[in-house]
Design a protein around this ligand. Structure first.
Ligand code: 0XW
Ligand code: MG
Length: 368
């Protein structure tokens, strides 16, 4: 089974319902990049990578496309059944750029699964559940309004909320956390995500002012070292998100004991292969984590859900998908949707999701 063609597509995704506000930048529109990897058995596998703007992380749309341009020609004619050897091949063509390689890695899994009649979750070791938790991400806002939305999401069945803070007055953030806690009355788990936006002093102040509230502090400060310096100075568990730029950072955070859990992104880590190794590292130390991505449609959502279904449920912090902010689906027959705060693991071979024919128009690049 050899790769004979790779097509790259662009999908514009305007943000539904207004601006998605984070301490590290706001977005109104993103453009996703999709890859279709076709093998000589006539089967195609799909992958996706989509940054949420150029500021959240170093990854960006044009970077992904330029990286794929470097890599893709070297994959034509390669054996598709060994994802490990395809991964080595990608590294031989281009150093770094995990987020671009991730799209191809997801497509390799989809192709392999479809070719052998196995789901991606099965390829990743086997699903432990047929539906995974998700969480609702409340954008940076003001205390009363954020608390009102939080209460509504609890009624909708979300088991976990992520409250975005940072980028403005810390007193406002502290009040927001208290109001959200009062409005949700202990019915959900709460992560408070500053998206790198707090100083060390502000993170300590927030934690001490919210001592009695069982929150998790997600990526409070900008750098790994700043977050590391919080150890023993804050009351709450600290999770790393944006700093986990590759597998080695996760390994270092675990071995130094500076993270109590992680917000993990499939594309940032380099795809399902690399994320699976990180999943297993976390399992060794009983560390909780999510299976998210920055943004994107049904393909990346399916990848997050398949991986998420293989994580021990008691440590799973949810698979975040962008569905609430996107109009429509790539796959009208098998869309990935949130129901009562959970997402069903797609059935069928591969990712269990396939874009409707012609939905992305003509490829922006083709190799092979
Ligand atoms: C909630 N997310 C998973 C989606 C946005 O890209 C931000 C991100 C996070 O947790 O930082
Ligand atoms: Mg986060």
């Amino acid at each position: 089974m050899r790769i004979i063609q790779i097509n790259v597509y662009s999908a514009p995704l305007p943000v539904l319902g207004g601006t998605y506000r984070m301490a590290s930048g706001s977005i109104d529109f993103v453009e996703s990049t999709l890859v279709e990897v076709i093998a000589d058995n006539g089967i195609a596998g799909w992958g996706e990578t989509c940054s949420n703007g150029p500021v959240y992380q170093p990854q960006h749309t044009l970077g992904a496309r330029a990286a794929i341009q470097e890599i893709a020609p070297g994959l034509i004619g390669e054996e598709a059944s060994s994802i490990r050897s395809l991964s080595r091949r990608m590294d031989a063509r281009l150093s770094g750029h995990n987020y671009a390689k991730a799209a191809l890695d997801i497509a390799f899994h989809d192709l392999l699964g479809r070719s052998f009649g196995l789901s991606v979750a099965t390829l990743l070791g086997g699903a432990l559940t047929d539906r995974v938790e998700t969480y609702y991400s409340l954008v940076v806002g003001y205390p009363n309004e954020t608390a009102r939305i939080a209460a509504d999401k609890v009624l909708k069945g979300y088991p976990r909320l992520q409250v975005k803070i940072g980028g403005h007055d810390i007193e406002n953030d502290i009040e927001t956390v208290h109001k959200v806690w009062e409005a949700t009355a202990g019915k959900v788990r709460i992560a408070v995500d500053a998206n790198r936006g707090l100083t060390v002093a502000a993170a300590i102040q927030l934690s001490r002012s919210c001592q009695a509230i069982p929150i998790v502090l997600e990526q409070p400060c900008n750098t790994f070292d700043e977050v590391a310096s919080l150890r023993g100075r804050v009351w709450h568990p600290v999770y790393l998100d944006e700093n986990t730029e590759d597998q080695n950072v996760v390994l270092r955070a675990i071995s130094l004991g500076i993270a109590d859990g992680f917000g993990l992104k499939v594309t940032r880590l380099g795809g399902l292969s690399k994320m699976t190794a990180v999943r297993d590292m976390c399992a060794i130390r009983s560390l909780p984590h999510s299976s998210d991505d920055t943004w994107g449609g049904d393909i990346i959502a399916a990848a997050c859900v398949h991986l998420g279904s293989t994580v021990e449920p008691r440590r799973f912090e949810g698979a975040w998908i962008a569905q609430e902010y996107i109009d429509g689906h790539y796959d009208s027959a098998n869309p990935i949707t949130i129901r009562e705060g959970h997402i069903a693991v797609p059935q069928g071979p591969g990712l269990g999701v396939k874009p409707d024919p012609g939905i992305f128009g003509k490829p922006i690049a083709s190799y092979g």
